[in-house]
Write a protein that binds this ligand. Structure first.
Ligand code: LER
Ligand code: MN
Length: 273
């Protein structure tokens, strides 16, 4: 496994659930702490200049683990279940540019809160709007060697695809080889009865993982059973990224350091290169 930490641009608002802000500074800080990569939480593809990013990564011997898209919903209110034609085009254009970026960096684009909600729509209509967009974007991504990863998110943030079973059902309906699952143990702690069992049950779909404690602060705080999580990941021979996506408390530096120290001290054997 490889370990990454979520970062965003300097001006990202507080509902971007990232540890560090400011792309260049964040990459340096993450590298100094011993992380292997960074997850780029983007609001807009224009936040990244490809050449600058290449230089920042190679100067620090770092990789991009994935591009995440929560801010596209949080800051721009664009989502897959949107019915307005023009907003759908804007979402599609944003995701196509994320996919273009991911074809050079990380080859993964996340769909978290950007999937959208059902709200007062007919649930079947909302689902169909999601499936149409997911299918079109999967085809675009597939041609560029990129996978889309759908993240089950807890019911207090969104009312559509909350647990791993529901995510697997949607993946089967999308039915594209590059449309996969991305569990986040923070959400699983709220929505999935048994975290270890759910990870094992859906092993074939899992391509990326978010780590946080039960209260979304540094790993090792809270009451998650990390032995259960690592034993299950080991059982399914998970070799992908594990990304720390936590609130930056009490400071970004302390949160990021505490998390990697906890992992290396207790589960370092899973991160041997
Ligand atoms: C939101 O709670 C989250 O976990 C993000 O990764 C998805 O938007
Ligand atoms: Mn997450």
């Amino acid at each position: 496994m490889k370990l990454s930490v979520a970062i965003a641009a300097e001006n990202a608002s507080s509902d971007a659930f990232v540890v560090f802000r400011g792309i260049e500074e964040s990459i340096k800080k993450a590298a100094n702490l011993g992380y292997d990569g960074v997850e780029l939480a983007l609001k807009n593809p224009k936040e990244i200049n490809k050449n600058d990013l290449k230089r920042m990564l190679s100067n620090n011997n770092m990789e991009v683990s994935a591009i995440s898209s929560g801010q596209v919903w949080a800051a721009r209110k664009l989502c897959f279940t949107e019915s307005d034609k023009y907003k759908r085009l804007e979402l599609k254009d944003t995701f196509c540019q994320f996919i273009d970026l991911a074809s050079d960096f990380g080859q993964l684009v996340n769909i978290g809160r950007t999937r959208g909600s059902i709200d007062n729509k007919d649930p079947n209509d909302a689902k169909q709007l999601f499936l149409d967009m997911a299918g079109e974007l999967s085809d675009y991504a597939g041609k560029r060697g990129v996978d889309l990863i759908l993240e089950p998110v807890n019911r207090y943030e969104i009312d559509f695809v909350n647990n791993l079973d529901q995510c697997a059902e949607i993946i089967e309906l999308v039915n594209k080889p590059n449309f996969k699952m991305m569990p986040d143990v923070f959400h699983m702690n709220i929505e999935d009865s048994k975290i270890g069992e759910a990870l094992i049950k859906h092993a074939n779909y899992i391509e990326y993982i978010h780590f946080a404690s039960s209260n979304r602060i540094a790993l090792g705080e809270g009451h998650l059973d990390w032995n259960e999580i690592f034993t299950s990941l080991n059982e399914i021979r998970y070799k992908g990224w594990t990304t720390v996506e936590i609130l930056p408390y009490p400071t970004p530096e302390i949160a990021a350091k505490k998390s990697i120290d906890f992992i290396k001290a207790n589960f370092g054997q899973y991160y041997q290169k």
